[in-house]
Design a protein around this ligand. Sequence first.
Ligand code: PLP
Length: 439
Amino acid sequence: MTFNLEKLKEENAMLLPMMEAETIFWLNPNNGEVAEYPFNENDVAEVEARLRRFASYLRIAFPQTEATNGIIESPLIEIPKMQKALSKRYGIAHRGTLLMKCDSHLPVSGSIKARGGIHEVLKFAEDIAIENGLLKKEDDYAVLAEPRFKELFSQYSVAVGSTGNLGLSIGIISAKLGFHVTIHMSSDARQWKKDMLRERGAIVVEYPDDYQKAVAEGRKEAAKDPMCHFVDDEGSADLFLGYATAGKRLDRQLKEKGIVIDEDHPMFVYLPCGVGGGPGGVAFGLKQVYGSNVHCFFSEPTHAPCMALGMMTGLHDKIACSDIGLDGKTAADGLAVGRASRLVGKIMETQLDGVFTVEDEELYQLLFLLSEEEKQYIEPSACAGFPGIAKVLSHEEYLKKNGLVDKMDQAVHVVWATGGSMVPTEEMQDYLKKGKELI
Ligand SMILES: *Cc1c(COP(=O)(O)O)cnc(C)c1O
């Protein structure tokens, strides 16, 4: 350890409650400052163009993308009944509009990882195909469904370490393209995810330790093989930029609904956070579109608040939840990450409004509430954003400081529901039962 825990505790009042696994709501003091970022709008635009090139292939490979013309995108829905229920639950007047971004229902792999994960593998495939003279960027990428490409890609492999959903995304798209693919999974990953991956032809290696160990082992294995591409969840630019394309996509959906976001109509976005790539990329993309009119918050489990820890101490990936005595155990398996990305925290230093934490029991209850009120079924991790709304609405000092007090009637709140449509029915029944018992 290169830090002094006692000193950190003195400097950060919230560290102590965090160590006790109590919920916190941390506001980022550096939000809005001017900074240089490792990516710009052109980088995101390039990824958008790549995803458009692949659309004709994806339509063939995954007919469920037919409805969106081969673009992997999720619905944006209003959830007014849930809004009422949240008001009651948290004892607040929930003003403004509440929307849910249903990445839980993204085609192909049913979670936010279908954005970044699939993009990274598509890029790898495109690079190989172009290098080998089999593809030009001007071509109709539908040709990628032809056997000669499968043959080419079968000489290469893809590997990733994952808590589950990233593994699903990488595994499904890699196997479909014809790559050999190995998913290194932590033992807390759900059994059905391992089963589904094996069914689709991926190799699943399990580790008794946590996610970080799975990533480290995956990285080591992949390094031995020059034909292997390792998807690095802890710092990949291709993942990050894949997530970032959500910014313009959401903007289009809001416009289609006639919803305006501007200085008088601020938007608040609540993003469940694991290693940080998914929510960080989305926040980065949203900031490019809306600037200071969008306010992004991350949500983490009380037992694995790695991004809050990294950001409040400024140590980012140099400190882990285990360093402050937390076990990282949570029912939010998509968020069970002990150490933040080495890429994302730094970028978020000037873009993120804050981070709050949530208890597992709360997640189950919200999952149940959403199913009752809106007939929407999402996984525990994906419910982590909901408690943020009440925290923001009742934080007078925050609202005042940001000039938001008299704008909240026109505000738009977007809860990013990050996963769940692929959860097997029986598993979902268990979640619902737990939530019902707790509520
Ligand atoms: C992975 C995941 C997240 C968070 O994404 P990170 O990139 O790990 O921060 C949130 N929700 C679900 C359901 C996920 O699978």
